[in-house]
Design a protein around this ligand. Structure first.
Ligand code: GLN
Length: 202
């Protein structure tokens, strides 16, 4: 199968190696393409939107004309995984780091495909990055979750969204049909189980 990783900014390489490992795990040959332009998204079976800086990734996706082909892929039920900044890009609503009483929405380009509200930098300045073993629905044993200036879901906006993992006050992994998003970076471990779970959607 052919899997595209959106490669305009952010952690692309790590997804490439773990996607290959995940392919081995489920007995599928995985060819990874780095998607910079619309033609890179032709005939792909799945797409990954990596971590990085979500405003930059969103703007570059617009500039590189990737938004329309990505929306078309989603429309035709192609599985899409968003990690960290990728989770922000997939969300329908994004708000800044939680300050009680603020309901300001951030202006940034989003694909808006998942019915969730995402808080950027949810874990705040005091916890810029950390690792923790969490339970993820669908995986047998705990998974080491690496959070780096991580966003998180604070509200699910429809019944179509399935919560796969929670940490603290937040939801940190969600699934909606063919879409999957994690607040943490599964590509920064050597555990391919989450990517394997994703590839099984193809
Ligand atoms: N805080 C970043 C953002 O909202 C995401 C950080 C990451 O992807 N590691 O864009």
């Amino acid at each position: 199968m052919k899997v595209a990783v959106v490669a305009v900014q952010g952690a692309v390489e790590e997804h490439e190696s773990i996607l290959e490992a995940a392919g081995e795990r489920i007995g599928e040959d995985v060819e990874v393409v780095w998607a910079r332009y619309p033609e890179d998204l032709e005939n792909v079976d799945a797409v990954v939107i990596p971590g990085g800086e979500s405003t930059t990734i969103g703007r570059l996706m617009e500039r590189h004309d990737l938004v329309k082909p990505l929306l078309e892929l989603a429309e035709s039920d192609t599985p899409i995984l968003g990690t960290c900044a990728g989770m922000v890009i997939l969300a329908r609503e994004v708000v800044p780091q939680a300050h009680p009483g603020t309901e300001v929405e951030i202006e940034q380009p989003l694909l808006g495909l998942m019915d969730v509200r995402v808080v950027r930098n949810a874990f705040g300045r005091q916890r810029e990055s950390f690792e923790v073993d969490i339970e993820i629905e669908g995986l047998e044993d705990r998974f080491r979750a690496v959070f780096i200036r991580a966003p998180a879901v604070d509200e699910v906006l429809s019944d179509d969204v399935k919560v796969l993992a929670e940490y603290g006050d937040y939801i940190v992994a969600v699934e909606q049909d063919h879409l999957l998003a994690t607040a943490f970076h599964p590509e920064l471990t050597d555990d391919p189980r989450l990517h394997a779970y994703f590839l099984e959607k193809v």
